[in-house]
Design a binder for this molecule. Sequence first.
Ligand SMILES: Nc1nc2c(ncn2[C@@H]2O[C@H](COP(=O)(O)OP(=O)(O)OP(=O)(O)O)[C@@H](O)[C@H]2O)c(=O)[nH]1
Ligand SMILES: [Mg+2]
Ligand SMILES: [Zn+2]
Length: 481
Amino acid sequence: MSHPGRPADLPPTVNCPYCLAQIDTSRARSVIRDIATQEVQGDVTDAVRQRGLLGVAAYNRGNTYLECRREARLDPAGQADPGYHADPFDHPTDVLDGSTAVFAAGAGDGAPTTVFSGGIDLDDPEDEPARSPFALAEDADDGDDWESTTGAQPRPVLDPQPDENELSEPHYIPYEYCQIRRTLNIGLIGTTRSGKSHLLAAMLHRLQEEEEELAALGVYVQPFAEMWEHYMQREDVAGFLAPDQRTALRRTNRTDPVEFRMAYTVTSTWNGEETDCVVSFFDVAGELFLDSKARSRLQFIYGLDAYIFVADGQSLYGWDGKRRGLLHPSGFGNVINKLRQDERLVARASGQRKHPLPKPAVVVLAKADLLLAQEEYWVSRWLERDDEFHLETVDQESEDVYVYCATNGAREWLQPVNAFEDATLHFASATGCEERDGRYNKRKFRHMRVLRPLLSLFAMTGLIDPQTINHDYVRGVREPT
Ligand SMILES: Nc1nc2c(ncn2[C@@H]2O[C@H](COP(=O)(O)OP(=O)(O)OP(=O)(O)O)[C@@H](O)[C@H]2O)c(=O)[nH]1
Ligand SMILES: [Mg+2]
Ligand SMILES: [Zn+2]
């Protein structure tokens, strides 16, 4: 028997990729949104309950969204806001209760933290007290919110823009995303100006350009059309991709709603049957990763299925064939520590210890054109090759990137390798040259090997045959023999 109130073409529950709550689809509203202004223009709840997406005019189907708001969320624990993960360090009161621990750890006194120290060893964090979540610079910020002498009373919160740190309520999930059971949510992680948005734009452009090569790997890619149109407008992606313009993208605004930047239906065929998967991309302002106040906006990182860590090639300093370290922290450690903390909670609840994190990740050494210009051997060996689709050399490339980082003061970028169950490393450049006054030199401009990291992620998640990158095993797709 079909559920009385549920749209015929949706499952009973959908996991919200933004706040991670479970949505009861029989209680949720369906709406039409203007994707450019993000305003809700109409309510189609009744129509989709009767006929599913077919109940909506064809031209509006791509603008139909399921609304995630409190009343529609399943709430087994009876909490006020089940949307947020149980993170013991998330609530100011918990920090207050544990304030002695926070201050005793001395994390706020400018003591060096693991995240920002140059040479990092990659041992199990649980064997190492310095990696305690309390020692994170990010968490240490919490100490500033309180009067440290009394340690008791918070100052009144004077936040002129409460929206800035909070996930907007309600928020909206593309209806088509909810229809397909298999999803692959990919997030770009990296500090501000590391090159995330440029890399993503180049990657998505190439993804749509290379139909034939992708077909040879057994995947067919269909963009969410309305989302693509909107994506081209924001941050000037259209100008960046236009051969006669080649303008730089704007910085990502930290107040941008946390929503998919772009999504695709990817049909995978290598396994002998056709499976559809919605592949979606998150790209938020890098400053959020280093900001302890932005936690509710960052909630999505726990729900990601795969991670693209963007290492800023521009932040390497030192010359003469040898680099000596990084000018800016990458922010990787912060994110990894949060994920591990969360994984420990889940493991404790389920009695299953999972270490490392049971997901794939890629590390992209972005802006590698700058290193190529310095004629650095390890980089030029790979960057100038025309081998984007020859994935059998991914492991070799990974080893070279690893050696390059380890010997040039950039061990910090290697943290994902130990933290994640499966990881590959890549050199890439989104532009092929440096920006001058908001533009790129049209003759030098090119995307260099930007698709490779994404294809490697596809292989590690089983969207393309994992054996193309010489991997035998993919969780849930191909178990070890
Ligand atoms: N040389 C070179 N510069 C690049 C490349 N990609 C990005 N850049 C430059 O790096 C700067 C930052 O790039 P973004 O992609 O906006 O960085 P982001 O990580 O999205 O930054 P936020 O949005 O602030 O988090 C820009 O000035 C770009 O011109 C590249 O492949 N090569
Ligand atoms: Mg950006
Ligand atoms: Zn939600």
